[in-house]
Ligand binder design. Sequence first.
Ligand code: ATP
Length: 258
Amino acid sequence: MRILNIDRITMKYGGLFALKDVWFEVKNEEIVSLIGPNGAGKTTLFNIVSGIIRPNSGRIIFGQDGRDIVGLKPDRITHLGIARTFQNIRLFPNLTSLDNVKIGCHCRTKTNFLGAILRTPSSVEEEQYITQVGMKYLSFVGLQDAKDKLASNLSYGDQRRLEIARALATEPILLLLDEPCAGMNPAETKGLMRLIERIREQEITILLIEHDMKVVMGISDRVVVLDYGIKIAEGKPEEIQKDKRVIEAYLGKDIDYA
Ligand code: ATP
């Protein structure tokens, strides 16, 4: 079943097309990677899907009821079931790991501002519940022992995991991961690949931007390739590795995918 339909999205900055008529679909519980050279338009597409920017034209059809989410605010899109991480990690550095994840949980809670200030019984109960849920996602990414550590004191790899935990705490249907392996060492990268597979096992669909071809070719069901804002190829990893246009534009000839 189709969960996301990127339908002829065009985004222009001045005279430059960051994206031009880009079209592809993502099916339920797939891992799809979006690859291409620097400036190809990958992050622009993530910004459009998550509601940060509005495209010049095109539709983003999401979910079972197939609604167009273009023009919706980011918090509404998160509520509908799309979560993301960022290329440049965006955590609250002076909050603990657990508090960072709890912020993700708050998009699914009912307590309003006044209830929280007055500490009504239902708000206290909800806060306890959020703590439990926050711990569940911290454990899921392997950071349970770092719950009281400030986010700024975590290693780079752990900060990336924490960002993923916070995104998962919004209980997404679709998770957008923007270069999750950037800056990781080989052992951390391997661990992250396994984590992404475990996320998919939770019936969450994943759209991934990644430059590490071992990761892309190792975990993707399908790969979409952008170049100068245009989709130049789409297919299974083994098809993309052999695609002449992709080799010329991006991959080169001598890549070791193993
Ligand atoms: P990278 O792999 O380096 O992250 P990318 O594929 O994510 O690259 P984008 O960041 O989406 O590429 O950029 C696509 C194009 O749009 C680039 O030419 C970029 O300079 C341009 N662009 C992106 N954001 C803006 C903006 N706010 N104003 C003007 N041009 C922009």
